[in-house]
Design a protein around this ligand. Sequence first.
Ligand code: NAD
Length: 253
Amino acid sequence: MKLENKIAIITGAGSGIGKQQALLFAKEGANVIAVDMSLENLENVVSEILAADGLGEAKQLDVTNQLEVKALIGYVIEKYGRIDILANTAGVFDGFVKSLDTSIELWDRLMNVNVRAVFLLCNAALPHMLEQKSGSIVNMASIGSYAAGAGGVSYTSSKHAVMGLTKQLTMDYASSGIRVNAVAPGLIETPLNKDFFQTPDSGVIEIIEAIPAKRAGQAIEVAKASLFLASDDASYIFGAAINIDGGVTATLI
Ligand code: NAD
C-alpha cells in the first residue's frame, strides 16, 4: 500500500474528485480525515471507507473559516500527532460568468473557497510539517491555471492563484522537506458541472470534440494522479503540476 500509516486531510471529500481521493487514499492505507461542508455526503464517504476496512473520519467545516481550519488542524495534531498529507480539493465554480456580469459576491466566494482556504489550510498545517521535516501537499489547480476558458473570470483567476501559491510554497519550504504540488484537471464529470453535462445547448458536445482524447475525465483518474503526488513515489517532485485533461493543455501551450 502506498500510504500506509499516513495521516491525510482531504478537503472537498464529500463529492466528486475529493470523494474519490478519500476512498483511494484510504484504500492505500492512509488514515483519512475527510473534510467538507456537507455532513451527509461526508458520512456516506466515511461509511464506504470503513466498510472497506479502511480508516477515516468525517469533519464538517467551512474551509474558508480561519477559526474552523485552526480547530481542525489542532484536533488532528492532538489525536494523531502529525499531518503527512494535505489535499486541498474543495472548490467552487463560477458558471463561465464574464467579468462585467461577475458580482463582487461571486468573485469573493470563488477567491475565498478556491484560494483563501488553500492558504489557510497550508499555513495551519505547515508548522507541523516543518517540525516533522516532511509533508506532502496536493493542491487542486485546473487547466484554468494556465489559460482562459475553463471558467469565467473569477474561476480562471482563482486557479491561476492556486498555481502561484503552489510554486511559492515550494520555493519557500522545499529545503525543509515539504513537497507542494498540484493536479490540474480538464473537464471531469462531477456534481460540480452536472448542469453543464445535462444541458443540451451548454456547448458540452463541442468542448468534448475539442479534447484530443474525445471524452471527459472521471474523478478517479484525478484521484490516481493525486495519490502519486501524495505518496513517497513522488519523493523528488516539488512544485509540479500533473495535467489530467485528455490532452487539452498539449493544444494550448
Ligand atoms: P464537487 O462540487 O463535486 O465537490 C466540491 C466539494 O467541495 C463539495 O463537496 C463541496 O461541498 C465542497 N466545498 C465547497 N465549498 C466548501 C467550503 N467552503 N468548505 C468545505 N467544503 C466545501 O466538485 P469537483 O468537480 O469534485 O471539484 C473539486 C475540485 O476540483 C475543485 O477545486 C474544482 O475547481 C476542481 N476542478 C474540477 C474540474 C471538473 O471538471 N470537475 C476541473 C478542474 C478542477
